[in-house]
Design a protein around this ligand. Structure first.
Ligand code: BTN
Length: 323
């Protein structure tokens, strides 16, 4: 992460005009250097006004991700946290650590050029607005024991988000792991697993959270969405959200590692928006309709079909049928 960019946005974040000379003095750089940084903000589509004789001003608050701030808030040494200005995908980035590393590692980016969602969808990842975070986490488990992992991560995310923005809005989960408030998507999870020998697995847990995403970007997303800023009515410092996310995810993962999915079933029931609702599930090129009946011990979705039978589904995309 570019340290001078962090300092520049911190300086401009008061909403006042700052001229090139005073910025240069504060950041100890030439006016040409300042100009290059301003150009960079413009390339990243940060709303900015520049007025001759007055200088530059941010049109909206902007607090960039600061690895030191996140580490201070987290107060743990067990994870290695890296913050990148721009990357293809944070999941992809962590793959370079798969082979030789059994440590827990986090990568967060201000922007992704090829952010990916489930079912190979694109994940819209504009600069400085949201959270794109991936966590490399090793398990001393067989891959077959990880089927509930993404559900547990969704629960951890809901808990973390409610801790940060308060419980004004109850976060729900649409199986398998879309975090929603009243069917508007707030966050999504993409997990990639590499099974190794001797019952050992490496997982890359990718999380995208809509935090301060602007309305102007609406046309780039196909699903109905909301953001933490919209829910809380205020601009959110993503550093605090990242720290709480990592904290909760590590706690939930520790419990999942030791006890599997069973300790989480009650919590799932409280967040399951499909329960007793008419649901359509698309799996491959098949479509199924039924009434949501929660999950089984593997985290598979249970649907009551028209003939009264209960069927379980291990994967797919769900929608709530409008009544
Ligand atoms: C979904 O489709 O709901 C899953 C979205 C997952 C997006 C995150 S952003 C960080 C990580 N990097 C990616 O390319 N995808 C995940």
């Amino acid at each position: 992460m570019n340290d001078t960019l962090l300092k520049l946005t911190a300086l401009l974040n008061d909403g006042e005009y700052h001229d090139g000379t005073s910025i240069g003095t504060a950041l100890q750089m030439t006016r040409a250097g300042v100009w290059k940084l301003i150009k960079k903000l413009e390339q990243y589509e940060i709303p900015l006004t520049s007025v001759k004789g007055k200088g530059y001003r941010l049109d909206a608050p902007l607090i960039l991700l600061d690895p030191q701030k996140i580490k201070n808030l987290l107060d743990t040494e067990i994870v290695d946290i890296e913050v990148l200005e721009k990357v293809d995908s944070t999941n992809q980035y962590l793959k370079r650590y798969l082979l030789d590393n059994k440590d827990i590692r986090v990568c967060i980016a201000e922007m992704q050029s090829q952010g990916r969602g489930r079912l190979n969808r694109q994940w819209h990842s504009p600069f400085g607005q949201n959270i794109y975070l991936s966590l490399l986490y090793p398990f001393q488990k067989d891959i077959s024991e990880l089927s509930g992992l993404s559900l547990v991560i969704a629960l951890a995310l809901c808990h973390a988000i409610e801790t940060v923005i308060g419980q004004k809005e109850k976060m729900g989960i649409k199986w398998p792991n879309d975090m929603v408030v009243a069917t508007q998507k707030i966050a999504g999870i993409l997990i990639e697993i590499q099974a190794e020998s001797n019952g050992f697995c490496q997982t890359i847990i990718g999380i995208g959270v809509n935090v301060n995403m602007r309305e102007a970007d609406d046309d780039k997303i196909t699903q109905a969405w909301s953001s933490l800023q919209q829910l809380s009515g205020t601009y959110i410092d993503r550093n605090a959200v990242c720290a709480e996310l990592i904290h909760q995810i590590l706690l939930y993962l520790e419990r999942f590692s030791s006890f599997g999915l069973s300790p989480f079933i009650t919590e799932w029931q409280q967040r399951d928006i499909l329960y007793k609702q008419p649901v359509t599930l698309i799996s491959g090129n098949q479509s199924y309709s039924g009434i949501g009946q929660g999950i089984d011990t593997h985290g598979h979705l249970l649907l009551k079909m028209a003939d009264g039978s209960i069927q379980s589904f291990s994967s797919g995309d769900t929608t709530l049928k409008k009544g």
